[in-house]
Design a protein around this ligand. Structure first.
Ligand SMILES: [Fe+2]
Ligand SMILES: [Fe+2]
Length: 198
């Protein structure tokens, strides 16, 4: 996994916030897949994929990456392309061990209800690893501080994920695989523990 190590190092140097976010997503993906009883090799592969899911952000300009506050519509459209850039980078590595990571990089913003991007895939048309990383990604992002928002507590994060945000602010439970959301509802400590220890 030399290509993975190099990309993680590059992310650590250029994308400090994203590097830590990806590490937390890796821990969450491992804990969730283990809880689901997936084989150890699959759990490890999901962790690796989660640790690289935002690698396409390496292509984004500093003016966008480091912009304090909300992005313009054009900037947001560029940020959305990190999915395709990530897939391109990971596919170009030519390493079979990064094929799953490439798939997750491309599809982790797809949503169960079809409202995601880049392709608006729906339900089981989205690969299982991408569905799993999608939930871990949003859990982690809500818990983390951003230039435009304060970090949320574990309790508030679970409430938002399970009930949606008020006034249609963009987060609603229908965007997630219901079987995965059920794990958050019944075993929330799993998420809290993985996030806290990562
Ligand atoms: Fe992303
Ligand atoms: Fe992410």
């Amino acid at each position: 996994m030399n290509a993975k190590a190099a990309l993680r190092r590059l992310s650590e140097l250029r994308l400090r916030e994203t590097f830590a976010h990806e590490r937390r997503c890796g821990a969450l993906a491992f804990a969730l897949s283990e809880h689901l009883g997936l084989p150890p090799a699959t759990c490890a592969a999901y962790r690796h994929a989660a640790e690289l899911h935002d690698v396409g952000k390496l292509v984004l300009p500093d003016a966008v990456l480091e912009k304090p506050g909300r992005l313009s519509a054009e900037e947001y459209a560029l940020v959305r392309r990190h999915t395709e850039y990530g897939h391109d980078i990971l596919t170009a590595s030519g390493e079979p061990g990064l094929a799953l990571a490439a798939e997750v990089a491309l599809m982790h913003h797809e949503r169960w209800d079809g409202s995601g991007y880049p392709h608006g895939l729906r339900g089981e048309a989205i690969p299982p690893a991408a569905r799993l990383v999608a939930l871990c990604d949003v859990y982690a992002a809500l818990r983390e501080e951003r230039t435009y928002k304060a970090p949320l507590s574990h309790e508030a994060t679970c409430h938002w994920l399970l009930n949606g945000t008020p006034a249609g602010e963009g987060l609603h439970p229908g965007q997630f695989d219901p079987d995965l959301l059920a794990v958050l509802a019944t075993a929330p400590a799993l998420f809290h523990g993985a996030f806290a220890l990562a």
